[in-house]
Design a protein around this ligand. Structure first.
Ligand SMILES: Cc1cc2nc3c(=O)[nH]c(=O)nc-3n(C[C@H](O)[C@H](O)[C@H](O)COP(=O)(O)OP(=O)(O)OC[C@H]3O[C@@H](n4cnc5c(N)ncnc54)[C@H](O)[C@@H]3O)c2cc1C
Length: 371
């Protein structure tokens, strides 16, 4: 699919209203396109996420005149690695933010709407074909389509299985109201707590609100949230953080079977779709870069479409920018699945905490070539 000579009046469909879809809709609407965004959820909703907004993601948001600090985000400038009774801590070489996904995703959709995009909530895209798509609200034909449905594949636009990726993990997220003592102890750090077969990401996303995000191998999951909590609560550090805390959602968000390591190939771009965010690249969550990649992919895709480039040209460019980061994140991800390696790693980092900061810097997304 190639962009128009003049975007004014061009009809564009954006499928999915997460950070990738909402920011693409915002950029397209500002460029003068007539945008319709389809989001299957009728209202604000949470997603499984560590809620760590990296410095690269913040930069792309500010590039669109969107200030994440206005959402009450918490500055995160330290990383703490916890494994059993040992822990290592270091300053991050940048300041990330802890931000509620419900607030962030909703504010981005509102910004897209304010820019002139029509946001159609509660409309599910069911299938795609060469001319258009079927939705729960009927048939919709659009010459240009940006696919941003995150983890969810759409009939007619399924992804090839990930090369070397892993889908044997389950992820959960819960917000907890924590005690003032634990709020102070967690402070401005993101904590990575290693448990057998996975890890937890803990950080504050508001005063006395801790995001609790877990990624564990399926075989370590006892079948229910309460069983998993009981298992995780055997870890002293986790038990301390949850002491006197109360759950803020009725039930946790959960996700399973993701093809981590997936990076879409230009040779698979037969359908002319511009694939954004998790639909194009599924990095391992450990480095907290998923949202940055989602925002970057939207910026690159809109730029390519406006310049009349094909979706394959865009995919090539995206791969160049993000594939090195995904490889590093996947290497770290594999280590966390091996209990001995994880123990070894935290032991080494304990001996030399600044290595943690360097590791955090080394796994960042590269600066975009278009800046
Ligand atoms: C355990 C875990 C921890 C993570 N931690 C972090 C972190 O700390 N920091 C970070 O930056 N990233 C993190 N990520 C990754 C991050 O959450 C994703 O990369 C990011 O949400 C991708 O954005 P997106 O817009 O592509 O997809 P999404 O945010 O998933 O949005 C997709 C949207 O499409 C909608 N949709 C789906 N199907 C349809 C349909 N058929 N029709 C219409 N709409 C549809 C959905 O409702 C959703 O709103 C983590 C991921 C996991 C699994």
């Amino acid at each position: 699919m190639v962009g128009p000579d003049d975007p004014a009046g061009s009809e564009v469909a954006v499928l999915g209203g997460g950070p990738a879809g909402a920011s693409a809709a915002l950029r397209l609407a500002r460029a003068g396109a007539r945008v319709q965004l389809f989001e299957r959820q009728a209202g604000p909703h949470h997603k499984v996420c560590g809620e760590f907004l990296s410095v690269e993601a913040q930069r792309d948001l500010r590039d669109m005149a969107f200030e994440p600090l206005r959402l009450g985000a918490v500055a995160i400038d330290r990383v703490r690695l916890v494994n059993g009774r040992s822990s290592a801590e270091s300053r991050l070489p940048f300041t990330g933010l802890g931000v509620s996904r419900l607030l962030l995703d909703e504010a981005l959709l509102e910004a897209a709407e304010a820019a002139g995009a029509e946001v159609r909530r509660g409309v599910k895209v069911i299938g795609l074909d060469a001319a258009g798509m079927d939705t729960s609200a009927g048939r919709f034909d659009a010459p240009a389509r940006f696919l941003a449905t995150g983890k969810h594949d759409i009939r007619g636009a399924g992804r090839e299985p990930a090369g070397g990726g892993s889908s044997g993990y389950v992820g959960f997220k819960m917000h907890w109201r924590i005690t003032p003592e634990q709020d102070a102890a967690l402070g401005n750090a993101v904590e990575l707590v290693f448990v057998e077969g996975g890890y937890l990401g803990l950080q504050r996303v508001a005063a006395r609100v801790m995001n609790f995000c877990v990624l564990v191998r399926k075989d370590r999951f006892g079948g229910s949230w309460s069983a998993l909590l009981a298992e995780l609560g055997r870890d002293e550090h986790v038990a301390r953080r949850l002491d006197g805390a109360s759950e803020l959602f009725e039930r946790p968000c959960s996700i399973a079977g993701l093809p981590y390591g997936y990076v879409h190939r230009p040779s698979e771009d037969r359908d002319g779709l511009f694939r954004l965010g998790d639909q194009a690249v599924l990095t391992a969550p450990l480095t907290g870069d998923g949202m940055a990649i989602a925002l970057r992919s939207a910026a690159l895709a809109v730029e390519a479409w406006l310049a009349g480039l094909s979706s394959a040209d865009y995919t090539r460019r995206l791969r160049r920018e993000v594939a090195p980061q995904v490889r590093k994140a996947m290497a770290l991800h594999r280590v966390t699945g091996l209990p001995i390696a994880a123990r070894l790693a935290s032991g080494l980092l304990g001996l030399w905490p600044p290595l943690l900061g360097r590791l955090a810097a080394a796994t960042r997304l590269r600066e975009s070539a278009s800046r």
